[in-house]
Design a protein around this ligand. Sequence first.
Ligand SMILES: [Zn+2]
Length: 171
Amino acid sequence: MSSSKKLTSESTFLYQYPLEELSNEVKTLIERAKEASYQAYAPYSGFRVGAALLLDNGEILKANNQENVSFPVGMCAERILLGYAHANFPNAVPKKLAIAANRSADANSQATVSPCGMCRQTINEYENKFGQAIEIYMLGPNEQVFFAPGIDALLPLSLMISTHECFLSRQ
Ligand SMILES: [Zn+2]
């Protein structure tokens, strides 16, 4: 094992901000995510997630989770949103993604949520396609916002398929 190397990522971290300190643009995006969460279809878990995406053309799109009686069929808000965005605006670059969740329609029941593994991989896909990081804002309780400057912060050493390079070459 003398030739082994420890491969690490230094990009895994989050910032935490009070909502009030963020820009009006981000506050608006988070508000859209909250609105979307109230309209989520989550009759089985009661866990409603909303997501809002700002594109570089100024468009703000939103979506929410859609559950199914056959549980694996259900889809996360983030994947529905990113798929819709790319289906309808294939040349628009996703810039900022906001996510909010609650366990009831009560505005005070804000839950902390971060994207699941499949959604992280989906975000990674569109970052790679456009060659630009997508800022991710996750609203938590007490008007606190967790911020990741890009998917690297949530998905270090992510999957890349290449015969000529490995993830280390991205750094
Ligand atoms: Zn997900």
